[in-house]
Design a protein around this ligand. Sequence first.
Ligand code: F6R
Length: 613
Amino acid sequence: MCGIVGYIGKRNSLPIIVDGLKRLEYRGYDSAGVAIINAASEIKLFKKAGKIKEIETQIPVDVFDGNVGIGHTRWATHGEPNDNNAHPHTDMHNKFYLVHNGIIENYKTLKKKLSSEGYIFHTDTDTEILVNLISYNYINHNKNFEVAVRLSLCEVDGTYGIACLCVEDPGKIIVARKGSPLMFGVGQDEIIVSSDASAIIAHTKNVIYLEDGEYAVLRRNGIKLKTIDDEDIHREVQQIEYDLEQIEKSGYDHFMLKEICEQPDIIQNTYRGRIKFETGEVKLGGLASIKDKIFNAKRVIITACGTAWHAGLVGEYMLETYCRIPTEVEYASEFRYRNPIIRQDDVVILISQSGETADTLAAMREAKKHGATTLGFVNVVGSTIAREVDAGTYIHAGPEIGVASTKAFTCQLMSLVLLTMMIAKEKGTISEDEFKKIGAEIELLPYKMKQLIDKKDYFKYIAEEFKDAKNFLYLGRGLNFPVALEGALKLKEISYIHAEGYPAAEMKHGPIALIDENMPVVFIATKDGTYDKVISNIEEVRARKGKIITIATEDDDNIADYSDYVLRVPKTHDMLQPIINSIPLQFLSYYIATARGCNVDQPRNLAKSVTVE
Ligand code: F6R
């Protein structure tokens, strides 16, 4: 949450920072601001509530023309999103300018200390406390910018990614990280700081990732990297693995639409080179080092948040059904707070698109503390979870910019299919025949997904019919229960329509009371072992006049008799069916939200990467 950009080099920093903020806006978009050191070595500050696109036109470019600057796009934690609470923040003496991502947990204690020293505060933010603490330490430690930042960070509890400027030391940006991602791109006589690679890629592919507890002093042509305990560090430059084109909209109205439509291509990146279609044999290179632990695991715990948690629920079903390994799925946000029983022979799987979700990261560290083997299913290459797990496999969905996760979900499902196949093969819990069938179906999957993308106008038409609904129910059973949860989450987060996902048979234990002629109910009713039961559940809703929308396979001749609307999907293997079934649900939520005039790429109150607890 919150995006940080910084620039130091020979070029005018403002357009680079503003462009970077636009790319990071998915991380938060309540307010934005920039601080630039201009040619006269003055620091100019502009910050405002609203989106960067609105704000950029108001910045007086003539006085913001300098080669050093920082910027921020905010997702509010402390203090409401208004002009005053926007970043950058400055200290009482206007000597330091700071952008911050994270939460300073002991800000009240620090505020008390500073207040007793005569410091006065003007905002509701924890960041203002930190910048004043830097100022205080500066005055008390021979006016040394670096020492002031380092000592201040030693006093801080909580999380931060920061970039800081000092009026009296204008040739530097100091950046630091603990719990909030930060990296910098190393160009020719210039450095670009960012919360992620998307703000850097237009300028260079060479990046250095900061680790927790580290800071860097950045000059135009020099980098000093240290721990906040004052130890020197050497870090190799790494390469960003994707291109600028992948983070552009490429003619689509929204990133979300682009990301839905590119799934047939993207899913191939998840399995390419990892499976032999003819035999169903799977090789996940990233897991080689912990293979024995996985094959001998007495139990698997999957932990994640939101959409990734839904993928985990599908994973639980697959690992138990096809590998016969007891599997539990935990909300990462709950996991460590309930004193979980974690054993050394447990395998704990962390699923995360961003690889930076604070709760998932904390769950991983908890699992490691107890000696379990940790395994990451992560999208963002080089992210914290990816770097800290014992072993992992990238899902290779490519950059996902739309706040509502779509292609990352289907690629997470595909990764879990591969893991299941790899384990099942070793343990002999699936027949050779079944393996071949799954392999053959994986090969066909992109074509089947493409058939659905080609039907988007029909999904749009259905969406128009339901755009004014006040509530929605999504029901499914077995592997399709998590798909129902995911369908409901997609709808509520981008259209603001209240939606609930439920196991279809549980409906009669409560939610059935909600059903009347105004309640649309989406049934995921593709043919599998629970099909007949789902039909009975549909009957129960029909009897109460609910509006029935079914996701059903193309060969289902009877379903139309039970439904008001049928969204037809190609039949595939049960394990792959959730991938197929998710696509019409993604379209439904996308088109309902756009019909209601919602900003689907930046839904209210949300941020793509939740790096605070
Ligand atoms: C919903 C969504 C969120 C994320 C959740 C976990 O569309 O995107 O629910 O799935 O915040 O994020 P990651 O996967 O980055 O750990």
